[in-house]
Design a protein around this ligand. Structure first.
Ligand SMILES: Cc1cc2nc3c(=O)[nH]c(=O)nc-3n(C[C@H](O)[C@H](O)[C@H](O)COP(=O)(O)O)c2cc1C
Length: 406
């Protein structure tokens, strides 16, 4: 039997850890797993907030029973319908046939579409309130953070925010659940990776949600993935991080991502990186796109202000994995970056044309002349590569447009 894990008085954690799945959404690596978080608010009307992935329904039920025993659940609040959180709804309804499911209009549409559930539902609208007895739930609609039905639920008396996927991280909860029980630093980069991979496209809706919540006093953020944030500096920190990421602001630092089959493009990457370092850039991350996960490259592109991409011409296009990266960045509408590009060809270059179009489509400032090498690396190409590294370093270290790490 599990010991109940109390987040605050009469609010309990009943989520589960997934250390089995390799790829989240069949796309994003999970080297440290992921948790699917769910919570119970125990009151005159007992309420469950979100469920877990269907693979963990059985364990989930045992965790619920460790808190409630044979007592009923009155409400299930569905903040987000993505199957890693809604997957256990049918199972839950089979165990608690009288449970009432609370969601907004879009949630209830999806509930019907995914699971055929139309009975015992309660529709709520933005800022609606629902009394549970001693506590009151208030609902904040936060559409497109990161699905259209997404909402957050706030317990006014304990100032607890159930934030759906917002402020979530990859990484399981190994022993501790609350930030004060574990090392929060472990989750910082994983929060940026989660944001850039999953939420990154939706900067503007995230900004809208943050503004809506700006005057809401928060003592705990209970996301659907990763730690529960309760320490005031951590709460301020994760909100500031979301604010920064959704404005596409970044830290001082440089990502160099390149593809290379025979090493010429990679040599250029080394020259550019060396020159940037010599001119004062300390945080430089290099990714060979054929080896690094796109997931990690996206994280670093969201994290750092400088972005340089390199590619050989391949069948009159960018190298395939670079093409995929460029498309992923474009899909997420990354903005406000100092940008540079480089590449090589043997008979007809396509790299420069494609990178130029990419830079134009994004709100990037191309900082130096492109570095394009025909066949071998001649002295003028080496000089252009050095110039790119140097100019990027000057932009990054001039310090006026980059923000400090939060
Ligand atoms: C499968 C393949 C397709 C290529 N397609 C083109 C091309 O369309 N146009 C071109 O000028 N060079 C093409 N190249 C040549 C490479 O772009 C060139 O050799 C480049 O310098 C390789 O860089 P790397 O050493 O970093 O792999 C191709 C090479 C390969 C192996």
């Amino acid at each position: 039997m599990y010991k109940p894990i109390e987040v605050t008085e009469d609010i309990f954690y009943v989520g589960v850890n997934d250390r089995t799945k390799h790829l989240f959404e069949s796309l994003w690596p999970l080297p440290q797993g992921v948790s699917y978080n769910s919570y119970i608010v125990r009151d005159e009307k007992t309420t469950l907030i979100d469920t877990v992935d269907i693979c963990y329904s059985d364990l989930f039920m045992r965790k619920i029973r460790s808190v409630l025993g044979d007592n009923p659940i009155d409400y299930l609040v569905v903040n987000h319908m993505e199957p890693d959180h809604s997957g256990s709804i049918e199972f839950l309804v089979s165990r608690y046939p009288n449970i009432q499911i609370v969601g907004n209009k879009r949630t209830l549409e999806m509930l019907k579409g995914f699971y055929g559930i139309v009975d015992n539902v309660v529709e709520v609208k933005d800022l609606d309130e629902m009394s549970l007895g001693k506590r009151t739930l208030q609902f904040y609609m936060t559409p497109m953070v990161h699905w259209p039905e997404t909402m957050m639920t706030y317990v006014r008396e304990t100032r607890t925010l159930f934030s759906a996927d917002a402020f979530g991280t990859f990484g399981t909860l190994d022993g501790g659940v609350l930030d004060r029980q574990l090392c929060p630093e472990r989750y910082r980069d994983e929060m940026i990776r989660y944001y850039s991979n999953i939420v990154g496209k939706f900067g503007s809706p995230v900004q809208t949600a943050l503004k809506k919540l700006a005057n809401v006093g928060i003592d705990a953020i209970c996301s659907t993935h990763g730690p529960v944030w309760t320490i005031p500096e951590n709460i301020t920190g994760v909100i500031a991080l979301y604010d920064r990421l959704s404005r596409y602001d970044a830290e001082e630092g440089l990502v160099i991502a390149y593809g290379s089959m025979y090493g010429h493009t990679e040599e250029l990457a080394e020259i550019i990186a060396g020159e940037a370092a010599e001119n004062g850039v300390k945080s430089i991350v290099m990714h060979n796109v054929s080896k690094s996960y796109e997931s990690d490259i996206l994280r670093d592109a969201f994290k750092y202000k400088g972005l340089i991409i390199g590619s050989p011409t391949y069948n009159n296009k960018l190298y395939p994995a670079v093409d995929s990266l460029v498309s992923a960045l474009q899909n997420r509408g990354l903005k406000n970056r100092f940008f540079g590009y480089f590449g090589g060809f043997t008979w007809a270059d396509a790299t420069a044309r494609q990178f130029e179009a990419f830079a134009g489509a994004m709100e990037f400032e191309t900082v130096a002349e492109p570095v394009i090498m025909k066949q071998a690396m001649l002295a003028d190409v080496v000089e252009k590569a050095r110039n790119l590294g140097r100019t990027m370093a000057q932009k990054l270290t001039s310090g006026t447009e980059v923000v400090q790490q939060v």
